[in-house]
Design a protein around this ligand. Sequence first.
Ligand code: OGA
Ligand code: MN
Length: 212
Amino acid sequence: MLLPAQSETRADDLHRQIADAVHKHGWAEHDAFLPPELVVTLARECAALAAAGSLTRAGVGQGAARTLQPEIRGDQIQWLQAGQSDACDQYLAIMETLRVGLNRELFLGLDEYESHFAFYPPGASYKQHRDRFRDDDSRVVSVIVYLNADWLPQHGGALRLHLDDTADAMGARDILPVAGRIAMFLSADMLHEVLPATRDRLSLTGWFRRRV
Ligand code: OGA
Ligand code: MN
């Protein structure tokens, strides 16, 4: 059992590492970001929601312009609410410490975090896009935490970050959706996509936002 002071130091180090990468490169990746037991519980919760038909097909665009275009975006989602489960509350508490850590390191002025479960059935993808809406710059940092045990490269399903801002695969960085891994990037800048997978692909996707 870690003493609180020790675990706080570890969280501070982790947040500093992540913040440094976001600051230098505009993105970060870190393995074993969440405790493995929490990842298992969150994965079960997401799979149960999918099996029960409780997820909603995700749309493209915002407000009245929102449409379903499964060939562009094929995931199904459910927004997290505080109090929906102990596991979700634990997750939100961890993300709150990350929000505070990022603000301390980078002065980003992040006010809040919103997050949804995302479930991509086999073959589903999300074509190249940026996460910030055209007329709404409240999303500052995009964050995805992956929930998939035993994910192998041959399963596909990478998050592809187009680091050079061109559409082709040259100069892109692929991040596999491995259980416990976190990927983050600046929402306004990073062109990215989700490649199709051969198996169900589960994650928690979210955004640190500024109140506007
Ligand atoms: C998104 C997104 C990436 C991922 O939901 O906007 O780009 O790896 N997700 O799931
Ligand atoms: Mn995105």
